[in-house]
Design a protein around this ligand. Structure first.
Ligand SMILES: [Fe+2]
Length: 95
């Protein structure tokens, strides 16, 4: 992530790149925790498997939140398009 921060100017492109980098980490964690959950189940370590599955769910939830943030706001801004929820422009200032 340091390299991304050093190479890009502050703004929506950097934000999009940082979200992508964070999602790489989440996907790595999902793979690791998913494998561990399966292995613990196979070993009969059900309590530990349940705990690992909770952590796995947290990682998936975080990944989904990052996707929602990227798709709703950051990616459109990075591409020079108005975010779907941006109400700072448009008819509001017509008075
Ligand atoms: Fe994570």
């Amino acid at each position: 992530m340091r390299k991304i921060i050093d190479e890009l100017d502050e703004g929506p492109v950097l934000d999009a790149a940082l979200i992508g980098a964070a999602q790489k980490v989440e996907h790595y964690e999902i793979a690791a925790y998913g494998t561990l959950t399966s292995m613990l189940k196979a070993m009969g370590e059900i309590q530990a498997a349940d705990l690992m599955a909770q952590t796995l769910k947290e990682e998936k939830d975080t990944d989904e939140l990052l996707t929602q943030l990227a798709e709703s706001e950051v990616n459109p801004a990075a591409l020079g398009k108005r975010p779907a929820n941006d109400q700072t422009k448009g008819s509001r200032g017509a008075a």
